[in-house]
Every structure is written in C-alpha cells, then in structure tokens.
Ligand binder design. Structure first.
Ligand SMILES: NC(=O)c1ccc[n+]([C@@H]2O[C@H](COP(=O)([O-])OP(=O)(O)OC[C@H]3O[C@@H](n4cnc5c(N)ncnc54)[C@H](O)[C@@H]3O)[C@@H](O)[C@H]2O)c1
Length: 252
C-alpha cells in the first residue's frame, strides 16, 4: 500500500457517523479524500471541515445503489486524484429490527441494495483504479456484528451484513494479493443510525451495552481508527478478515 498520507480514499456514506469519521481521520493524516453520500448538506460540512484543517477533499453526491451514480463517483475520484488506493464501503441503512413478517419486499430491496448490492457495484467500478499501480489496492467494508450473529438487526439488515462478509472473503480470494480486502464489524456506535434508539428506548440500549464487556457504546472515531489501521501497511498480512469493533458484543 502507498502510505495513508499519499493515498486516495473513497468513502461512501461519508456525510455522517462512521463514514464522516473515516474521512476526517484519513484527511488528518494527509490523504486525498473523496466523500460520497446522498446527503448533500452533510457532505458540504465534512469537506468544509477538512478544508478548514488544511486537508484535501472533494465530495460527490450520489446514491451508491444506483449504477449511474457509482460510475460518476469513480470518474470524479480518478479525474481529481488519478487513482483510488483505498475504498471504504460504509454507506448503510437500518431496518429497525423488522422480522420476516414485518418486512415487505420494498424494505428488503432497499436494505439489500444499499448495504450489499452497492458494494458489488462500486467495487466492480473501482476495480481498474484499485489494481492500476504497483501497490496493492485496499478495500474495507463496513459490515456489523449483524454480519456474524442474529439480533443486531432485522431479517434484511442481518442478511445484507452477512452477505458483505461473504463478498469480502470472495474478493480477497479472487483478487489477492493485488487487492487486500477486509471487513469490520462494529457493535453499537453513536451515530445518526442509532440516535432514535438511544432517545426512544434508552432502557433497552442500556441493557444491551451492559451486556457487553465495554459497558458502553462507542464514538465513530473508535471505528475509523480501525479502518485506518486496516488500510495501512501495519495490516499488510490481513486478507479477508472480519474484524470485530464491538466492545466485546460477540464474546459469548
Ligand atoms: N451505528 C452503529 O451502531 C453501526 C453498527 C454496525 C454497523 N454499522 C454500519 O456502519 C455504516 C455507517 O453507519 P452509521 O452508523 O455511521 O450511520 P449514519 O446514518 O450516521 O451514516 C450512514 C450514511 O450513509 C448514507 N447513505 C444511506 N443510504 C445511502 C445511499 N443509498 N447512497 C449513499 N449514501 C447513503 C447516509 O446518508 C448517511 O450519511 C453502515 O453500513 C451501518 O450499517 C453501524
């Protein structure tokens, strides 16, 4: 891998939460950052923050589940910075724990399209850029504890996050060593995705965090630092792993 300081990062869902933290963390280390999201205002805030700190970033508004948007994201990144060294597939949506009875086909399609199909589309589109240089391309996919066990989401979310780990393994299998791909599996992180749960069901959230060894939920920066580690040469022998960043949620 080129050093983080010399790298070009594309991060999806970069307007908020974990994606925003990943963008700030890489920019802080000197990377050129392409933040993409459907949330135009949020993107503008992130790019302004990076600019204000003397970093380098552009934003691309786009829906990662839409093949046309995905083409634009990769075109804009390569036009601006020449290549893509690190792709962090992070954009995601939650299904509010909908069971099979509660979930309809539209919900299933939305969750699976945004959380899983988008990763197929964008990684495929970015493949030439990721493999163009002498150094390896790096992919970090943001799965979830729901990628390994039941109960972290509903049927669609859990299926999509399990699928993302499978995608990561197959990508490693097919494209290593040119591409070094890994997934991360966050537990409960304080972001826009979880703010309603924290506000509306504080007792359930407390019960959940008290059942984890960390006895708390995490700040998105605690996930972003693991993404940075996985993208760096410090993780040079890590291929196809699904790394828990969950405060110990999965210990039992
Ligand atoms: N917060 C948690 O507790 C937690 C736990 C495990 C995994 N995750 C995963 O982390 C990732 C980031 O989530 P977060 O917690 O930061 O939530 P978040 O809601 O703060 O951020 C998600 C971002 O994705 C964007 N997005 C949604 N649909 C999109 C689309 N179609 N195209 C482009 N962008 C889109 C949203 O606008 C938002 O900015 C998700 O994949 C989520 O499943 C979160």
């Amino acid at each position: 891998m080129v050093s983080i300081a010399d790298s070009v990062l594309v991060v999806t869902g970069g307007a908020s939460g974990i994606g925003r933290s990943v963008a700030l963390e890489f920019a802080d280390e000197g990377a050129s950052v392409v933040v993409t999201d459907v949330d135009e205002d949020g993107l503008e805030e992130v790019v302004d923050e990076i600019d204000a700190d003397g970093g380098e970033a552009i934003s691309v508004v786009g829906d990662v589940a839409d093949p046309d948007s995905v083409e634009v994201i990769v075109d804009r990144a390569t036009e601006a910075y020449g290549t893509i060294d690190v792709l962090c597939n992070n954009a995601g949506v939650f299904d509010d724990f909908a069971s099979l009875e509660e979930a309809d086909e539209a919900l299933w399609d939305t969750i699976v399209d945004v959380n899983l199909k988008s990763v197929f589309l964008l990684t495929k589109e970015a493949l030439p850029a990721l493999t163009d240089g002498e150094s390896e391309g790096v992919v970090v996919n943001v799965s979830s504890v729901a990628g390994k066990v039941a109960g972290g989401g509903g049927v669609a979310y859990t299926s999509s996050k399990h699928g993302l780990i499978g995608f990561t393994r197959q990508l490693s299998y097919d494209y290593g060593p040119e591409i070094r791909a890994n997934a991360i599996c966050p537990g409960f992180i304080e972001t826009r995705m979880t703010e309603d749960l924290i506000e509306e069901t504080p007792d359930e959230v407390d019960e959940l965090v008290q059942a984890t060894p960390a006895r708390r939920y995490a700040d998105p920066a605690e996930v972003a630092s693991v993404v940075r580690f996985l993208a760096s040469d410090e993780a040079s022998f890590m291929h196809g792993a699904a790394v828990d960043v969950d405060g110990g949620w999965l210990v039992d």
